[in-house]
Design a protein around this ligand. Structure first.
Ligand SMILES: N[C@@H](CCC(=O)N[C@@H](CS)C(=O)NCC(=O)O)C(=O)O
Length: 210
């Protein structure tokens, strides 16, 4: 029997969700145990910092006790552990496009997490200018997906780029539903329906704990 890995996990982290979807897609879910680990930008988790000095989720503890982070590294590592269709294309423009979409999806998450963190601060401490900038970046990213990416995204082999973009759109639904991102983006809406219907995606819906 192959030794198990341990994933520092949260049901609301979109980066963790990306890793869980990858694990499901490549048939590795059974090899990963999860442990609920609490992190907060202003309260570093001292225990977690022994494995990841940045105190961030996801962090994956391998069977030999060593740790891997961040989500990009973990996803690429998991993709080396199976012999099926690869989520990270090996080379050429297919790889570059998948990595660019991965960067766009993660960039959207970075922006929205900063935005949400700001929203949770006392109103008097919030920077309106930053929040306007984060909103603009998020909206322009959705426009770019509709105008420049979605047709080839829909036509290309499922990859880490699809997962990152889908997780970012799912995070808008989770934390910023008022953006109503589907409005004016019919092709992206249609593609997202196919993404959201995948068993790997349905098995890892984001949620707040009770
Ligand atoms: N680039 C990292 C970002 C991870 C990240 O920021 N995760 C959040 C949880 S959603 C976190 O750990 N925040 C705690 C902190 O910033 O201290 C990745 O892809 O894994």
């Amino acid at each position: 029997m192959t030794a198990k890995m341990l994933l520092h996990w949260s049901p609301r982290s979109p980066y963790v969700r990306k890793v869980m979807i990858v694990a499901h897609e490549v048939g590795l879910s059974d090899r990963i145990d999860t442990v609920r680990t609490v992190v907060a930008a202003a309260t570093p988790n001292v225990e977690l910092m022994k494995e990841n000095p940045q105190s961030r989720l996801p962090t994956l503890r391998l069977a030999d006790g060593s740790a891997l982070y961040d989500s990009r590294v973990i996803c690429e590592y998991l993709d080396t552990l199976h012999n099926g269709d690869k989520l990270f294309p090996a080379s050429g423009s297919e790889r570059l496009v998948a990595l660019r979409r991965h960067a766009l999806g993660d960039g959207m998450l970075d922006t929205m997490l900063a935005w949400r963190g700001e929203q949770l601060r006392p109103a008097a401490n919030q920077s309106i200018k930053h929040m306007q900038a984060w909103k603009l970046k998020t909206n322009v990213s959705v426009d770019a997906l509709e105008e420049k990416e979605v047709d080839t995204l829909a036509a290309s082999r499922f990859s880490i780029g699809h997962i990152a973009v889908g997780v970012a759109l799912g995070y808008i639904d989770f934390r910023f539903p008022e953006l109503d991102w589907r409005k004016g983006h019919p092709r992206l809406t249609k593609w997202y329906e196919t993404f959201a219907a995948r068993p790997s995606v349905k098995a890892n819906e984001p949620k707040d704990e009770p």
